[in-house]
Design a protein around this ligand. Structure first.
Ligand code: URA
Length: 241
């Protein structure tokens, strides 16, 4: 007979795994006076975090998905959920799959350098991908897979409500702007398009993995980054220290 408390414990463990909350067992007594890190959050901010956690749970509940079947971890996001700049990549690679975080491999290191060049870091941006599970052998996600994950991505963007949305590479560009555009033509231009119920300033640029293969294209990515910096000052986007 399966005991009710076991089922509850397993569900709690799964929930904590999903929100990347590592359960650490130790025998130190609890400090009940310790500050709750969420204590200073407004109700609206707490609601945002809870809706993001719900979204993560619904992505993880996807069924009959080849990507999920072959992946180790769900890769949901990294960065600051209150940031006004959101970045969308293609999909997790091997390192991301292992760590459950986007852009932690070589392409991620280059992305960090690109952000640093315009005085940004992961505290000032929020990062996710078109698909949240690693495509096997790092292949591109198929059109069917992209379509399947698109409602989650749109919901994700609606919850973050970024003022600036940076699309890295053709997969993110095509998923959110449309199929008929190529990245080399579409990059470096501000696009006005409603995504779900939000209307961020959208710009596409080259994916860092492409820039590693074609370093001569970095000069164009640099142009795009400067456009973002300029837009940030126009929109008076404040940065967190
Ligand atoms: N490439 C992506 O598009 N996303 C990642 O998270 C890592 C590499």
């Amino acid at each position: 007979m399966i005991r009710k408390s076991n089922v509850r414990n397993n569900r709690t463990k799964l929930y904590h795994k999903l929100i990347n909350n590592k359960l650490v067992y130790n025998n130190k007594s609890l400090n009940r006076y310790k500050k709750d890190i969420n204590q200073n959050l407004t109700n609206k901010s707490k609601e945002k975090l809870s809706k993001l956690a719900d979204l993560k749970i619904s992505i993880n509940s996807i069924r009959n998905c080849e990507l999920k079947k072959n992946a180790t971890n769900l890769v949901f996001s990294d960065g600051n959920p209150y940031a006004q700049i959101m970045i969308i990549g293609e999909g997790p690679g091997a390192n991301e799959d292992k760590e459950g975080k986007p852009f932690v491999g070589r392409a991620g290191k280059l992305l960090d350098k690109m952000l640093e060049a315009i005085k940004l870091d992961r505290k000032n941006v929020y990062i996710s991908n078109v698909v949240n599970f690693r495509p096997p052998m790092n292949r591109k996600p198929t059109d069917v897979e992209i379509k399947r994950y698109l409602p989650f991505l749109v919901k994700h963007i609606e919850l973050i409500k970024p003022k600036i949305l940076l699309l890295l590479g053709s997969t993110a560009l095509n998923a959110l702007i449309g199929d008929e555009v190529v990245i080399s033509k579409a990059r470096g231009k501000w696009v006005n398009k409603k995504i779900g119920n939000v209307k961020p300033e959208i710009i596409a640029s080259f994916h860092p993995a492409f820039l590693m293969r074609q370093p001569d294209q970095k000069k164009y990515a640099w142009e795009d980054l400067k456009m973002i910096r300029k837009k940030m000052s126009e929109l008076k986007i404040k940065l967190n220290d």
